[in-house]
Design a protein around this ligand. Structure first.
Ligand code: C2O
Ligand code: CU
Ligand code: CU
Length: 488
């Protein structure tokens, strides 16, 4: 055993001892000691295919068993493995092709959340994959570096498919990007945050997934599918890519000791410059990249603090410890975070930008449930519009496929600086109104819609979703608003 490993282990046992004050027969209620090494999703393998494509194979599988809790295994679903998926990594400008094979015994889809691509490649509810079938979307990566992700999106069934374990990261790199920590799993560390409930035998408790106002709100946290995890820090700076892949829970993530986190990116990519904060709030589907400084030999705890938010939010917010950081006795030096990150500045929407209004009430949008055959909005390609989301009832969020947007204001006030970067999902507190400046892409398809919806998966499944098509400017009025019903 090498010296560093030995020091590390003695740090662990020191901590365990500190937490145990008496050694009589009485067992104190179990307190997590965070002794499970953080799993790092493996990088997805790819192969070069004809036509300059890079091809990834993603198999959606049921019937896995994963060890989360001591001495127990849990039936889970996964992508190329028993739980969650590998990390797909692609570069701006690359042509990618996915071979998504559905090995479940029910139909599903795989959606690329945060990715700009043609509607037929989007993996929403119109791109169902039958059991045993392989779906092969392909597109060119034409967007800035970002932390995006993938998950199933079958109409009315997304919550259960994600809860059982189908989700993964798709990281977009930009060769011309700024110098940030980028050694995957070393100083560039994904943190997929999920809450679960377990039965006594270790099975996932699915009781609330499809019931109640918000659906599943767990009392146990998994990070990358690791319960009570620790991560061994080996560099002065670590970049964490945070993804809230929970069904409903909202987190406010930071460090117990209040150390600053430099936010460098939001959902859609880099900020113009780093913003130091002590907490980042993430609702389901949102991402943030933070860079954090450590000193040799120390320990720290990443946690989530509920706000006393009953007035602002109906989702019960609780305190959780998320991840213990154990810094090695010697840390490798890191280059400082550049003062300018190269993220595009927010451009104010043009005067006279079209405004569309969406009223959220209960789990409906503009008084309606999602209807697969109804096109709700027709958007001209390349438009920069203002979308006003007016929430008349309890907490929601709002995600738009294909685009990135900027939050103009929430209840008339500018969002905190760290939320001023490119976004695709925004938290909408109870009775709040948000205005978004949305820039649409240029892939047109009058008969294949993209989705906008609440990303609280229970709400999405209940129909809190609408459909928009992007069409050639000037053809908006020729577009059919009703799609032929598809029998999948
Ligand atoms: Cu992450 Cu339409 O979803
Ligand atoms: Cu999406
Ligand atoms: Cu909602």
């Amino acid at each position: 055993m090498n010296r560093r490993r030995l020091l590390f282990l003695s740090a662990l046992s020191g901590l365990a001892a500190a937490g145990t004050s008496c050694s009589s027969g009485w067992q104190a209620p179990r307190r997590p000691e965070f002794t499970n090494r953080l799993r790092i999703p493996p990088p997805a393998e790819s192969r070069r295919a004809a036509g300059g494509f890079r091809e990834f194979a993603l198999d959606l599988r049921a019937g896995g068993r994963t060890g989360f809790l001591p001495g127990l295994t849990t039936a889970t679903w996964g992508i190329n493995g028993s739980y969650l998926g590998p990390t797909v990594r692609v570069a701006r400008g690359e042509r990618v092709r996915m071979a998504v094979t559905n090995r479940l015994d029910e139909a599903t889809t795989l959606h690329w959340h945060g990715v700009r691509l043609p509607a037929t490649m989007d993996g929403g509810p119109h791109q169902m994959i039958a059991p045993g079938a392989t779906w092969r979307p392909e597109w060119t990566i034409e967007q800035p570096a970002a932390t995006t992700w993938f998950h199933p999106h079958p109409h009315e069934k997304t919550a259960m498919h994600v809860y059982r374990g189908l989700a993964g990261l798709l990281l977009i790199d930009d060769p011309d990007g700024p110098r940030l920590p980028s050694r995957y799993g070393v100083d560039d560390v994904p943190l997929i945050v999920q809450d679960k409930r377990f039965d006594d035998d270790g099975a996932l408790d699915e009781g609330d997934v499809d019931s109640g106002t918000f659906g599943a709100l767990g009392d146990q946290i998994l990070i990358n599918g690791t319960h009570d995890p620790y991560f061994e820090v080996r560099t002065e700076l670590v970049r964490f890519r945070l993804l809230n892949a929970s069904n409903a829970r909202v987190y406010r993530i930071g460090f117990t000791d209040g150390r600053p986190c430099q936010v460098v990116a939001t959902d859609g990519g880099l900020l113009e410059r780093p913003v130091a904060v002590d907490r980042v709030k993430l609702s389901p589907g949102e991402r943030a990249e933070i860079v954090v400084r450590f000193t040799a030999g120390e320990q720290a705890m990443l946690d989530s603090r509920g706000e006393n938010i009953k007035q602002a939010n109906d989702i019960e917010e609780e305190d959780f410890q998320l991840l213990r950081l154990v810094a090695a006795a010697e840390l490798t030096g890191s280059a400082p975070v550049p003062a300018a990150l190269g993220g595009a500045p927010a451009v104010p929407p043009p005067a006279g930008a079209r405004i569309r209004r969406f009223e959220l009430s209960g789990s409906e949008i503009n008084g309606q449930d999602m209807e697969m055959t109804r096109i709700d909005e027709v958007v001209p390609a390349g438009a920069n519009e203002i979308w006003e989301i007016d929430n008349t009832t309890y907490a929601h969020n709002f995600h738009i496929h294909e685009v990135s947007f900027r939050i103009l204001d929430i209840n008339g006030a500018a969002p905190p600086a760290y939320q001023q970067g490119p976004k695709d999902t925004v938290f909408i507190p109870k009775k709040a109104k948000a205005r978004l400046s949305v820039r649409f892409g240029t892939y047109t398809d009058p008969v294949t819609p993209y989705m906008y919806h609440c990303h609280i998966l229970r709400h999405e499944d209940k129909g809190m979703m609408g459909q928009f098509v992007v069409v050639k400017p000037g053809t908006e009025h020729q577009v059919p608003r009703t799609l032929a019903h598809r029998h999948d």
